[in-house]
Design a protein around this ligand. Structure first.
Ligand code: 13P
Length: 250
């Protein structure tokens, strides 16, 4: 009942040529795997280039991060309205790398979520715990605080049209993937925590897993009841890997 969603987060990688080749390589799999939604999130400077290359395919476009402002004196930022004008449908908000390197607090992430949605983008709220937080049994409380910060500002109903991505920080770019049991436990907890607030949202919201997803571990991860697809970093840059992940989600 929840459409599987596979998103590639290209982070700060790519050239015009490599991106053209990558899209060419994944287009057919995206077009033929019609029960899986496929999204790529290029660096902002490539959004128009990607929009032109995915034209006529089932691949959709997302921004990796967006401003809390639509326009103004905010050097270096990407406006959700501008991303939308160039064809973006989604935007990540609160990726752990933005939380870490740009100091995005829960409050800033909530403001980005609201600004994305207010300007016609579907926010993909990234949440996740550090290794220390997991080791000291704080995983659930950290994730709940990250979700609550957004719900307090946007309202639970905002998740009728949003996506949640669980990305444990210890699994990002480390090759250390969460086991399917670990990931499913967290996804089920998130859904159970949302349920008393709004049962329909809890049932409908897509919850993606991210962190060292590869073609060879995606099948087992995506087979879990509460895992609705993946947010993929490194493997999204490799045609065969990304195709394998798309196919694992069908
Ligand atoms: P990796 O798949 O490279 O671990 O990255 C995950 C991620 O951060 C996606 O947003």
């Amino acid at each position: 009942m929840r459409t599987p969603l596979v998103m590639g987060n290209w982070k700060l990688y790519g050239t015009k040529d490599s991106i053209t080749a990558l899209i060419k390589g994944i287009k057919e799999a995206a077009n033929t795997t019609t029960n899986v939604d496929v999204v790529v999130c290029p660096p902002a400077i490539f959004i128009d280039h990607v929009a032109n290359n995915i034209n006529g395919s089932r691949i959709e476009l997302g921004a990796q991060d967006i401003s809390t402002n639509v326009s103004g004196a905010f050097t270096g930022e990407t406006s959700p309205l501008m991303a939308k004008e160039f064809g973006a449908k989604y935007s990540l908000v609160g990726h752990s790398e933005c939380r870490q390197h740009h100091n995005d607090t829960n409050a800033v992430v909530a403001a980005k979520f609201v600004c994305a949605q207010a300007n016609g983008l579907i926010p993909v709220l990234c949440i996740g715990e550090t290794p220390e937080e997991r080791e000291t049994d704080k995983t659930f409380s950290v994730l709940e605080a990250q979700l609550k910060a957004v719900i307090d500002v946007a309202g639970i109903e905002a998740f009728e049209n949003a996506v949640i991505a669980y990305e444990p920080i210890w699994a990002i770019g480390t090759g250390k993937v969460a086991t399917s049991e670990q990931a499913q436990e967290v996804h089920a907890h998130i859904r159970a925590w949302l349920k008393p607030q709004n049962p329909s949202v809890a049932q409908k919201v897509q919850i993606l897993y991210g962190g060292s997803v590869k073609a060879n571990n995606a099948i087992e991860l995506f087979a879990q009841k509460d895992i609705d697809g993946g947010l993929v970093g490194g493997a999204a840059l490799i045609v065969e890997e990304f195709i394998g992940i798309i196919e694992a989600a069908k």
